[in-house]
Design a protein around this ligand. Structure first.
Ligand code: BG6
Length: 478
């Protein structure tokens, strides 16, 4: 047996991409609820010009999601039918504290998550909770400027402590922040940040990051006091950066690119700001406002495992003018000429997963946890009502095989494999439902029209056989 018998196979969703009912049952507006379905979604938000928020006559995907709020029971039953061992979902902060400032939580919001956890337990599925997945009360964006304001740390801790106390006997695995490093690319989504045209944007992004790092460390501290068996993970949007050529200048460019990505997990795992970042701050006029105990807090409250998302690798060169570009998890990169073109906008690189796992394990020597991986592409409902998504099976098979080789041959400790968007949901980058990741199909178009009926795809039945055999079937010529 390559993987431990308690290996956590599963899938993930987030609240803002799935739940819908965006203002029902006492929920407050999230910053994500103001993102329309159009090409401006990922742009930095400048309040003094091109303010893309809350435009009239636009469709807002999170308002409906995939209707998980109404369908959670049926959805969890379907996950159980597929043999899922683990389900990663996020709690919506504004569903619990609508503005962030309330002293008492919204009980109706908590009851919704009580029910989810109850259903999961009924089916023996391990919950994995993301405390903040691109989701904060919009009130805090408007009145505090998002994570740039240090007071948000305490408001977040009130929220994280509330849910950790409530689920102290039901939940073991916690991820305080989804993909913290994304704040550099999508600062509104990652940190509720808005800018004025003339401000030092890097300063603001790193200040907000410092606050998130503190909130992460203090959540670990409070969590361990609540239940010493809690396990916490950082969550990195990962993916090895290759050098475009073996020219030392290109290799150096790749190294630089990677360092800035790994900075976030470096602090969460090692508990201190690396030297390279201090130097970078100096060079870029970034002067963080910190308090005396901050570094001690970071040092004493590091994470237990390294969770990460992996969709594709990236590629860097010293000079990239004239080179064809591609996307790697929302960020622009150079197209890697050695990777075949695929039906996804992101380049597929299954061996890159094994390389990334080696890199993270060598760097941190902590158990890894793949908490997102998958193929986002269009599916077609056949005339007889099936989805024959062989391309997704190919993608998952190759990635899972490489993951298992990393365990078997490279000696990497791995807690689990959680595929992304197991139930089709609305995409972050373009807001569309038609960029589907799921092994369970949701009958809805990009504008929330449809029956929202759930159908298990061919990939779902295939994944079931993989889970049942603990992955062994992939090495027996399936
Ligand atoms: C990750 C996020 O960055 O990528 C998810 O954690 C997101 O929330 C996923 O959905 C895929 O990205 P996209 O843009 O295709 O939805």
């Amino acid at each position: 047996m390559i993987l431990n018998k308690d290996f956590l196979w599963g899938g993930a969703i987030s609240a803002n991409q799935s739940e819908g009912c965006y203002l029902d049952y006492g929920k407050g507006l999230s910053q994500f609820d103001n993102l329309p379905l159009n090409e401006n979604r990922l742009k930095e938000v400048f309040l003094d010009k091109d303010n893309i928020l809350n435009e009239k006559d636009q469709y807002y995907p999170s308002h409906i999601g995939n209707k998980f709020y109404e369908n959670y029971k049926e959805d969890i039953a379907k996950l159980a039918e597929l043999g899922f061992k683990c389900f990663r979902f996020s709690i919506s902060w504004p569903r619990i504290f609508p503005t962030g400032e309330e002293h008492e939580p919204n009980i109706k919001g908590l009851e919704f998550y009580d029910n989810i956890i109850k259903e999961l337990k009924k089916h023996n599925i391990e919950p994995l909770i993301t405390i903040s997945h691109f989701d904060m009360p919009f009130y805090l964006v408007e009145n505090y400027g998002g994570w740039a304001d240090r007071r948000v740390v305490d408001l977040y801790l009130k929220y994280s402590e509330t849910i950790m106390r409530r689920y102290k006997d039901d939940v073991k695995y916690w991820i305080p922040f989804n993909e913290m490093n994304m704040i550099m690319h999508i600062p509104y989504i990652g940190g509720g940040l808005t800018f004025k045209s003339n401000e030092n944007r890097l300063q603001k992004k790193y200040q907000a990051t410092h606050h998130q790092l503190l909130a992460n460390a203090l959540t670990v501290k409070i969590g361990k006091e609540i239940n010493k068996n809690f396990k916490f993970g950082c969550m990195l949007a990962a993916g090895k950066t290759y050098a475009y050529t073996c020219k030392p200048e290109d290799v150096f460019a790749a190294l630089e690119h990677e360092k800035h990505n790994l900075f976030f997990s470096d602090v969460q795992v090692r508990g201190e700001y690396p030297r390279y970042v201090k130097h970078y701050f100096k060079e870029n006029n970034i002067d963080l406002i910190v308090e005396e105990n901050d570094f001690e807090i970071l040092k004493s409250n590091t994470v237990d495992f390294v969770s990460f998302s992996y969709y594709s690798s990236a590629c860097s060169a010293a000079k990239d003018e004239g080179l064809e570009k591609s996307q790697a998890n929302g960020a622009e990169t150079i197209r890697n000429p050695y990777l075949p073109k695929s039906n996804s906008v992101w380049q597929n690189d299954p061996l890159g997963l094994r390389i990334t796992m080696n890199q993270l394990y060598d760097r941190y020597q902590l158990p890894l946890f793949i908490v997102e991986n998958g193929l986002g592409t269009q599916d077609k409902l056949s005339e007889v009502g099936t989805i024959e998504d062989d391309y997704r099976i190919d993608y998952m098979r190759e990635h899972i095989k490489n993951m298992m080789l990393a365990v078997k041959e490279d000696g990497i400790e791995l807690v689990g494999y959680i595929m992304w968007g197991c139930i089709d949901l609305t995409s972050v980058s373009d807001g569309r439902m038609s960029k589907r990741y799921g092994v369970i199909y949701v009958d809805s178009d990009d504008y929330g029209n449809g029956s929202f009926k759930r159908i298990i795809k061919k990939s779902g039945y295939w994944y079931k056989t993989v889970i049942e055999s603990n992955g062994e079937i992939l090495f027996k010529g399936l």
